[in-house]
Design a protein around this ligand. Structure first.
Ligand code: XUL
Ligand code: CO
Length: 440
């Protein structure tokens, strides 16, 4: 088995003054914040595909990172990744992981062989889980990599591809249940279109809904009692992805009556690509009762693609944690690092340092969000801003007792509106900054 991350020590909380790069400055796993430990509030997960598979390949260049873990045989490598992954989680104190079927085990020459490969590696993972207590946050199937999915999977015009995708999801759901996962993700990588000239969008969306209903039915059969998540993303690889953003995905779930089993997995960089903030997407999920899980990362304002950087921007992590706390925190979901170290940060130590940076940034985000709530000035301001909705008229509108006729009569009687108050945006932003730098 051996040690894979040789230069990575066990990483512990050492506090904000520590200069040890392999320490947490802010993530103090057992510290209680808003009634739960930081570990429970943040539920960090390692993404199998980035942490154990991604090797720095990009559109313009080949691998810079050695993720061969000392072997070249595909199944031996898959096993080595299990041991490496559990060593990594142990050293960093990460309790959860997420996987795609194909990053756990290699695709075989046939579907049977692929299923066998997956089942074999799932057994090894289960063994390691028993020894370590590490948990599966969610599983998913890679329905975008193989050429058969060039036109989509559950939205493919080719019914045989649809059936193949169903077979793959069935096996990935079996793996998820076997590993004790309480969530299953659908990210529709190629569920979209390149041109409407060749696309029957109505049929494709109906078929995707049929696919999800089959997933629910199969889940019920095998005792999957968790959540299904849609992970919205507007584009990349397709020009238009059907789960464009949270609002679009919710419209789909509502139309096809899927909301009782489906929630959303919100990814920061996907929000940026959709022209939204991370906070916006989380808020849309929350107010629709569909907040599920988070893929933690960040994009780059100057690059228009999914850079999947480790999240280090405190504004973003703080605003995200405020939303997550407002949503009542995580139940089946958590913070999955769908993030990859930069191509130039090519060592295995960087893999650890990148996770440490992301974890500390979300820990800080949680601590600052907690302080903002405790401080109360921003929350109170929002309450006051809407105070007129507690008036008799406000209450009557909310109760559904008013009409355009009655409101028109009231407005005519009131005369001109002279009571608007300032939105105080700059003041609130300054309060936010004051709390952000005032120590946690
Ligand atoms: C791709 C992406 C995926 C999903 C799982 O942008 O985010 O890795 O999280 O398929
Ligand atoms: Co993601």
């Amino acid at each position: 088995m051996g040690e894979y991350f040789k230069n990575v020590p066990v990483v512990k909380y050492e506090g904000p003054k520590s200069t040890n790069p392999f320490s947490y400055k802010f993530y103090d796993k057992d510290r209680i914040v808003r009634g739960k430990t930081m570990g429970e509030q943040l539920k960090f997960a390692m993404a199998w595909w980035h942490t154990l598979c991604a090797n720095g390949v990009d559109m313009f260049g080949s691998a810079t990172q050695d993720k061969s873990f000392g072997t070249s045989d595909a199944m031996d490598l898959a096993k080595a990744k299990v041991y490496a992954g559990f060593e990594f989680m142990e050293k960093l104190g990460i309790d959860y992981f997420c996987f795609h079927d194909r990053d756990l085990a290699p695709e075989g020459r046939t579907l049977e062989e692929s299923n066998e490969n997956l089942a074999k590696i799932v057994d090894v993972v289960a063994e390691q889980q028993k020894l370590s207590g590490k948990k599966l946050l969610w599983g998913t199937a890679n329905l975008f990599g193989n050429p058969r999915y060039m036109h989509g999977a559950s939205t493919s015009p080719n019914v045989d591809v649809y059936a193949y995708a169903a077979a793959q999801v069935k096996a990935a759901m079996d793996a998820t249940v076997k590993l004790g996962g309480h969530a299953y993700v659908f990210w529709g990588g190629r569920e979209g279109y390149e041109t409407l000239l060749n696309t029957d969008m109505g049929l494709e969306l109906d078929n995707m809904a049929r696919f999800f209903k089959m997933a629910i039915a199969y889940g019920n059969k095998i005792g999957f009692d968790g959540d299904f998540y849609i992970e919205p993303k507007p584009k990349e690889p397709t020009k238009n992805q059907y789960d464009f953003d949270a609002a679009t995905a919710l419209n789909f779930l509502r139309k096809y009556d899927l909301l009782d089993r489906f929630k959303l997995n919100i990814e920061a960089n996907h929000a940026t690509l959709a022209g939204h903030t991370f906070q916006h997407e989380l808020a849309v999920a929350r107010i629709n009762g569909a907040f599920g899980s988070v893929d933690a990362n960040q994009g780059d304002e100057l690059l228009g693609w999914d850079t999947d950087q480790f999240p280090t921007q405190l504004y973003s992590t703080t605003l995200a944690m405020l939303e997550i706390l407002k949503a009542g925190g995580f139940t089946n979901g958590g913070l999955n690092f769908d993030s990859k170290q930069r191509r130039g940060s090519f060592t295995l130590e960087d893999t650890a340092l990148a996770h440490i940076a992301g974890m500390d940034s979300f820990a800080l985000g949680l601590l600052i969000a907690d302080k903002i709530i405790e401080d109360g000035r921003i929350g109170d301001f929002v309450d006051k801003r809407y105070a007129s909705w507690n008036s008799d008229l406000g209450k009557s509108i909310i109760a559904g007792n008013e009409s355009f006729e009655s409101l028109s009569a009231i407005a005519l009687k009131n005369g001109e509106v002279t009571t608007n108050i300032s939105g105080r945006q700059e003041l609130l932003e300054n309060i936010f900054n004051q709390i952000l730098v005032s120590g946690v």
